[in-house]
Design a protein around this ligand. Structure first.
Ligand code: ADP
Ligand code: MG
Length: 355
């Protein structure tokens, strides 16, 4: 069990990093509290695997320290860190049984055969592998093999943390949902820190209590799924989380008014002394299309019927935006008015939320 601290950790795969882009992981401070269910979310190439491998010890960071319960483990090899890691593709022994595959991490650390098998049965039940236990791993489906990999990650009762690196990539979509639920249940039972890497927001938001969002080698926000939706700390989070994502419009701000392409938008508060590249952010859920009244003139390009709601794709002075279509709005023409809920409008400077 451990509280994991990243103390000013940065990593470059270059021998002599110079430009910003040479750093796969930019200087990061982060605490993973003991027992948390974390998702590490971000697009391909943003540094998730690098960060995970620094925690597990597969990568020694160029700069900074990793602490497990205040002990510096930066230069300790993986075996000494008491960490389990599950990779994207199955890592199993084809020639032995599923039970032996699952028991391996336990037997390897000297657990008796009886104790190991009791534990293996428990994990197999959670992953619905019980029937496969006596079978040789060879010849199992890709799904079943990846379940064994997950099981090997979960089987040790003594680990400080379990790290999952996009473990459900090769898994069939309907099984994905079941396995995610199983992982959540296991997390509740085991009282272990889990860090789950994914580029899929649905996976992240359903698995995790806390989501750590990465973008271009940096953690840009840490929060609950609700916090990421309600108050994106970075334009990337606004755009990446949500479907469709947050509307982002370049603007100029004067006190409590934003100006977008010659139109004024009332803000929920005053902003003074802004500097940098200024954008207004508002989620489609808080932008409403109407036929008349206060708001910005837009051209209606397309209406997406999502069942419970309708989303309009609009053009606002050359900028594409999305808005909710209230039931009484007539969308038969191509002109409309869009109005934002001022309490849900945020201002960003150089991508960062102006607090
Ligand atoms: P993610 O897991 O989010 O897709 P990675 O941590 O794998 O991102 O990669 C982050 C950046 O580091 C990428 O630009 C990638 O090309 C680079 N990178 C990753 N592994 C290596 C490596 N072993 N050698 C050189 N560059 C690497
Ligand atoms: Mg990766």
């Amino acid at each position: 069990m451990a509280r994991i601290v990243l103390d000013n950790v940065a990593h470059s795969y270059e021998a002599k990093p110079q430009a910003d882009a040479d750093w796969a992981l930019k200087p990061s401070d982060h605490v993973w509290e003991h027992g948390g269910a974390y998702a590490l979310l971000g697009p391909s190439g943003c540094g998730k695997t690098t960060l995970l491998n620094i925690i597990s010890g597969l990568v020694v960071p160029t700069r900074g320290r990793i602490l497990f319960d205040d002990i510096d483990v930066t230069h300790l090899p993986t075996e000494k860190r008491n960490i389990a890691q599950v990779f994207q593709f199955p890592v199993i022994y084809d020639t032995v049984t599923v039970a032996e595959n699952l028991a391996f991490p336990l037997r390897n650390r000297g657990m008796s055969r009886e104790a190991a098998m009791a534990r293996v049965k428990e994990i197999a039940r959670l992953l619905e592998l019980t029937h496969d236990l006596p079978r040789k791993a060879r010849g199992l489906t890709a799904d079943a093999k990846q379940k064994i990999s997950l099981g090997r990650g979960l089987v040790r009762p003594d680990v400080a943390a379990i790290l999952f690196d996009e473990p459900l990539t090769v898994i069939d979509p309907h099984l994905k949902w079941e396995l995610r639920s199983a992982l959540k249940e296991i997390h509740r039972k085991l009282d272990v820190t889990m860090i789950y890497v994914t580029h899929d927001q649905t996976e992240a938001l359903t698995f995790a209590d806390t989501v750590v969002v990465m973008h271009e080698g940096q953690v840009v926000q840490v929060g609950t799924p609700d916090e990421l939706f309600d108050r994106p700390a970075h334009t990337f989070v606004g755009h990446f989380i949500g479907s469709p994502g947050m509307n982002l419009l370049p603007c100029a701000v004067d006190g409590d008014t934003a100006r977008i392409a010659g139109h004024s938008v009332k803000l929920g508060r005053r902003y003074d002394g802004l500097a940098g590249r200024i954008e207004l952010g508002v989620r489609p859920e808080f932008a409403a299309l109407s036929n008349a009244g206060e708001g910005l003139p837009v051209r209606i390009k397309q209406i997406d019927d999502l069942g419970r709601t309708r989303i309009a794709r609009l053009d606002l002075a050359g900028f594409p935006i999305a808005a909710t279509v209230p039931p009484d709005t007539d969308v038969s023409g191509d002109a409309g008015i869009v109005a934002f809920n001022p309490a849900k409008v945020f201002i960003y400077a150089d991508g960062r939320l102006v607090a």
